[in-house]
Ligand binder design. Structure first.
Ligand SMILES: [Zn+2]
Length: 83
């Protein structure tokens, strides 16, 4: 019996792990959402712009990965305020 090592990602939607190297294409903030189209193009958005553009992107056939759940999990010292 074959061993499944990793869960298959949904078709056309690669894993997106936000990092400080990912910047929003609109404003340059750290990106937590990524849109990929059938041609393999991808766009990165912060939560603000990702949510704003998601409906239009989805309507145009883009697959949007929302990783805003990772906000404050990957950030460093900047989250120290307001605890
Ligand atoms: Zn932005």
């Amino acid at each position: 019996m074959p061993t499944v090592v990793s869960a298959p990602a949904p078709s056309g939607q690669a894993e997106f792990e936000p990092s400080p190297l990912h910047r929003c294409d609109r404003c340059g903030a750290q990106a937590f959402m990524r849109a990929v189209n059938a041609g393999g193009q991808d766009l990165l958005f912060c939560g603000h712009h990702g949510r704003r553009h998601q409906p239009a992107l989805a309507a145009s056939g883009w697959s949007v990965t929302d990783r805003t759940d990772a906000i404050n999990k990957t950030a460093g010292a900047s989250t120290a305020f307001g605890a």
